[in-house]
Ligand binder design. Sequence first.
Ligand code: PFF
Ligand code: NA
Length: 452
Amino acid sequence: MSTNNIWTHKGTFLLAAVGSAVGLGNLWRFPYLAGENGGGAFLLIYIVTLCIVGVPILIAEILLGRSSRRSPIMGMRFLSRTHNASRAWESIGWLSAAAALIILSFYSVIAGWALHYTWRMLTGALANADAELASSSFQSLLASPSLLTLYHTLFIAASGLIVGLGVHRGIENGLRLMMPALLAILVVILAYSVMHGNMPAAVDFLLTLQLSDLSFEGWLAAMGQSFFTLSLGMGALMAYGAYMPGEISLSRTALAIVVIDTVVALIAGLAIFALVFGASLDPAEGPGLMFITLPLAFVEMPGGSLVGAVFFILVLGAAISSAISMIEPVAAFLVERFDLTRAQSVTAMVIASWTLGLLTVFSFNVWSSDSPFHDLLGINAFQLMELLTHILMPLGGLMVALFAGWALTHGEIMKELRTSEGWLHTWRFLVRFISPAAVAFVFLRAIPQIDG
Ligand code: PFF
Ligand code: NA
């Protein structure tokens, strides 16, 4: 059974894909990774990686979705059958479903922090906070399993509700409402940071290139980030691509997604560092950058509590539009495969992911230093989830590239891509050789580092 859902409007696929792409990866992860890995040097490797790995695999993934018109698992089953390819390719679908379940489980916990901070900003709980208070307030949030579970539950339930309402009534309508509002907030935050922060210092920090800062660790981080930020290797864009009308240019849309995602990450990075430098704070806080340093910067500035609250609403909205793209592929599969209703499928996916998310919740408190995972692997559950993410996403992406590059016929690709012969050959060369080689290389080089 193939899906008979098609996005109602021509622009909806782009809207949905941008909604999926733009999220915690841009607002929370990119700025601190860039900060940790030498600013301009990181940006340079990141952009190169996007061009040779990100864009080609993004195109491949949407293409597989649109040409199969099914959810990722059923779609790969269908495509491997019609191409006389091994059924092993179906594992692309299974891998991506596993990745979706795992990523959603911790994504929801972290997005829950933004819910907490929206609230704290609105109530002015952090007004007049100093560095110590900001840090201890974050620590006490992490120390509370019940608070973390509460926010995690609220966030994942809201995301599930949108998907449960259906492709048109829930996802499409939700995004058409949310995305323009998010864009407006981003512009407000940028303007505010230019007015009240130190933008020249942020530009200097984020964009100045020092070749000595280029490093293999930087490349590793850039590779992981390009998969995460573009929602690759997870079936999200394959599922959305299945609803994409046939006449829309796939290559142009893919390019637009990457450009918008990168611009949003840059704007977020510049705005955050401008505020952080404006308040003379430390840019190298790592993952705590958004939750410790940034709130401090806000409360030092005029109207900062309100603007801070608006900022965390942006984070929440961006995270929800990403979370729904993790639920959709698995829910669509359950509907197609087991004839469940949409509500049943979404509930099953959300409950499974919610339960797994409790491991992340506990890894910040009751299991922070000793847990079943520590004994086994030496890392906590949250670190294990992150590690699995950084294995599953590139692995899924690698297989997507190989299948699209080697199993699909030239005619099919022509039909879907309809770009010039030159571009077509470039893309095919990239997905056949360059992207898989780059992923494999980084993987192999990374293994000894995990051990060490
Ligand atoms: N691209 C999202 C972000 O940058 O926050 C994260 C994400 C969404 C990853 C959807 C995977 C996915 F399927
Ligand atoms: Na992103």
